[in-house]
Design a protein around this ligand. Structure first.
Ligand code: PMM
Length: 280
């Protein structure tokens, strides 16, 4: 069954939560609420990767995320740390994180893979072609799925060379990272091929621009598509990712995604009734 990773952003500039969870206490409360809604994993991040965003100093990032990781891990949650920095990854694992989620696949910080290897944590390697500030300039592909798979295979090799076995790796196609509009849909259509590479696969479409562009029917009007419609679109793409064999989906609206996955499973005959939300 596909796992649900709930997003806990601890950033002042995230487009998704408007910085509402800047305060660590509020972020912890939000994470615990996502858990009650049925999140299997809580993904804590302190650096926004929204298109055009600037990098955050690792020390600032750690001030934001470490207390939140510690509190959620102490509450018994399976916590992942969304970071491109080796020092933040190590600090978060020390605080109880069990998974390092690097959207850059180890490319942004050359120390990250070796640092994660030493911790024993699992690692998400995302497909990435450069920092968010100018990532669309690198959105040129001969064939997007073939290129993404080949570049991720290189990251799996780099991880292995650093001491991380493929069984500890989770691959992520990096939806929205160095990919525009239709390139994201083409990448998603390749999910089953990505799953065929062997490692577990995580797919993150939640509230992303390409969904809003599709719903608006006009890329220039994407900002007019609100959270509710983006969350509904995300529930649909998450079901489709699950059907293509994804190990997990990364979402803001955990309750909607769990409901959508429960309905899809009932259609498939795997489970007739939705499991009640958990209050672990
Ligand atoms: N997307 C964002 C941030 N972290 N991590 C993974 N593994 N995959 C993603 O697609 C991904 C990510 C950007 O979205 P946000 O700013 O809404 O969290």
């Amino acid at each position: 069954m596909t796992l649900v990773m709930g997003i806990v952003n601890v950033t002042p500039d995230s487009f998704s939560d408007g910085g509402r969870y800047l305060d660590a206490e509020a972020a912890v409360a939000h994470g615990l609420a996502l858990r009650v809604q049925g999140a299997d994993i809580l993904d804590v991040g302190g650096e926004s990767t929204r298109p055009g965003s600037e990098r955050v100093a690792p020390a600032v990032e750690q001030e934001r995320v470490v207390p939140v990781v510690r509190a959620l891990a102490q509450a018994g949650a399976y916590v992942s740390i969304d970071t491109m920095n080796a020092s933040t990854a190590v600090a978060a694992v020390d605080a109880g994180a069990r998974l390092v989620n690097d959207v850059s696949g180890g490319l942004a910080d050359p120390e990250l893979l070796a640092a994660v290897a030493a911790t024993g944590a699992d690692v998400v390697l995302g497909h990435w072609r450069g920092p968010s500030a100018d990532m669309y300039a690198r959105a040129a592909y001969a064939d997007v799925v073939t290129d993404v798979l080949a570049e991720l295979a290189e990251r799996v090799e780099a991880a292995a060379a650093a001491g991380i076995a493929p069984s500890r790796v989770i691959l992520d196609p990096g939806i929205g990272f160095g990919k525009k509009g239709e390139q994201n849909w083409a990448t998603l259509r390749g999910t089953a091929r990505l799953v065929g590479m062997g490692p577990r696969v995580l797919v993150g479409t939640s509230r992303k621009r390409f969904l809003a562009e599709t719903l608006a029917g006009d890329p220039d009007a994407q900002a007019d598509v609100g959270e509710r419609r983006r969350d509904l679109a995300t529930a649909v793409t998450s079901v489709l990712a699950a059907q293509a064999g994804a190990w997990a989906v990364r979402v803001h609206d955990v309750a909607a995604t769990r409901d959508a996955l429960a309905v899809a499973r009932a259609w498939e005959g795997e489970s007739r009734w939705a499991s009640p939300t958990r209050s672990r």
